[in-house]
Design a protein around this ligand. Sequence first.
Ligand code: OAD
Length: 253
Amino acid sequence: MLSPQQQQYISQASDYIRQHNHICILTGAGISAESGIPTFRDKQTGLWENYRAEDLANIGAFERNPSLVWSWYQWRRHLVKDKKPNPAHQALARWQKQLSGMTLITQNVDDLHEQAGSTVTHLHGHLWKNRCSRCDLPYDLPVDYENSALLHCQHCSGYIRPDIVWFGEILPQQEWRDAQMAVTRCEVFIAIGTSSIVYPAAGLAELAKYNPQRAKIIEINPNPTDNPMVDIQIQAKAGDALPVLVEQLLELE
Ligand code: OAD
C-alpha cells in the first residue's frame, strides 16, 4: 500500500518520464528481494552467517580458498534456483515491451529480469554460467548445484568458477561500454534497489547527471541512499512502486 506522498513522487516521476524518450534503468539486489533473494547488505544466514558477502565475492578469497568460495556460490544457486520474478521485474518487462526507449542494466547475477521477459545488460555476470579460473574458457557441462565439490576444467584442469565479476576484477568490457553509451544518451536515469556504493556501476548515476542532456535521476528504494545525484526519491519497495509507475506511463501514452 503506497502512502499519498509515495504516490505523489511516483506521479512526479511519470510526468517527467513521459516527456522524454531515452530512459536508463539500473537495478540492484533490492529488486530481487521481494522474490526472496537476500541483498548483499542483508546479514547472511545459516551456515554462512559468520561471513560477509563482500569477503566471499572476491578474487583474493577464491585464490586463497577456492573450495570455500565455490561452496558459497553453490549455496547461493540452491537459494536462487526456484525464485520467480516479482511484480517489479514484471512491470519493467511490460514497460520494455509496450513502450520504446528504455534500456535496462543490472548488477544482479540472477536471471529474473529475463524470466520476466526483459532484455537486460548484466554488468556483474551470470550466476548460472561457469568458466575456468585459469584459461578462462566457458565450462558448459551440467553442474549439480547440490554438490559443492570443486570442478576442474576439461582443457587445463584449472578450477571452475562462476562467471561473475568479483571485487578486484574488471567489468565485462562490451557490457560496460553498452551501459556507458546508453547512460550518456539518456534523459532520465532510474536507480532501483541498489545501495549505490559499489563502483564502477555506482558511477553511472553521475555520468547520467552530467551528460549533455543533464539527465534527471530517480531512485526507488525503501531505504533512501545518500546518493547526492538523486532528484526524485521514491521511498518504496520496487514491487509496490513500479507497477503503479508503469501503469501511469501506459495510461498516459
Ligand atoms: P545491496 O545489497 O548493496 O543493496 C540493496 C539495496 O536494495 C539496498 O539499498 C536496500 O535498501 C534496497 N532494497 C531492499 N529491498 C528493496 C525492495 N523491495 N525494493 C527496492 N529496493 C530494496 O545491492 P547492490 O546495490 O545491488 O557485486 O550491490 C551492488 C553489488 O555489490 C552487487 O552486484 C554485488 C555486491 O557485492 C558483486 O558481487 C561484484
